[in-house]
Ligand binder design. Structure first.
Ligand code: ATP
Ligand code: MG
Length: 169
């Protein structure tokens, strides 16, 4: 399964509704410094609930709204190759914000999105997204720490956890 389309509306530097197509295989996004490349990755992490505001380089969730449009909502939608659509919207209010998650256009709890994606091995603690700086960190790790990452990616660590749990019972 891969992302076929990303739609960003009023999120960070994307003040205008922007559709970005993705194709199977390897895609490169290039552009000058500050042109919004990392914001595209941030929008994916936001939509799939894979990161906190801090991980999206924002102090609070409402900082993710574009600062120039004056609009009080931001929205990101992701379509996968099997036509699954995940959408997240935040709405700024006088008291804070509301966050809405949709799975195939049905309003749902964020937990449902997290559970759904976990079935495909897409998890916050997984290494689906390797952020700027992560590569250096990985090269500087001990062999044991690096092994843990490989176990996590291969899905072995989940069985280790279950095994430990079973042995403890
Ligand atoms: P680099 O090559 O340096 O990594 P980049 O292409 O990854 O750059 P980003 O970090 O994605 O660039 O984008 C940074 C730009 O996004 C900055 O110009 C910043 O002002 C703008 N930006 C961030 N948040 C917002 C926001 N809430 N509203 C409007 N613009 C924003
Ligand atoms: Mg960047």
């Amino acid at each position: 399964m891969y992302i076929t389309e990303l739609e960003i509306d009023n999120f960070k530097s994307f003040g205008r509704k922007t559709k970005i197509p993705f194709f199977e295989g390897f895609t490169v996004i290039s552009g000058p410094n500050g042109s919004g490349k990392s914001n595209i990755i941030d929008s994916i992490l936001f939509c799939l609930a894979l990161s906190s505001a801090r991980g999206l380089r924002a102090e609070k969730l409402t900082d993710l709204l574009n600062v120039n449009t004056g609009k009080n909502t931001a929205e990101v939608a992701i379509t996968f190759s099997d036509d699954t659509k995940i959408r997240r919207r935040i709405k700024k209010t006088a008291h804070g914000y509301y966050s809405y998650n949709y799975l195939n256009d049905r309003l749902c709890k964020q937990g449902e999105i997290v559970e759904f994606l976990a079935k495909y091995g897409i998890k916050a603690e997984g290494y689906n997204v390797v952020m700027q700086g992560d590569v250096t960190r990985i090269t500087e790790m001990t062999d044991n720490e690096r092994r843990k990452i490989i176990d996590e990616i291969a899905g072995v660590s989940e069985f280790d956890k279950k095994k430990d749990q079973a042995l403890g019972e």
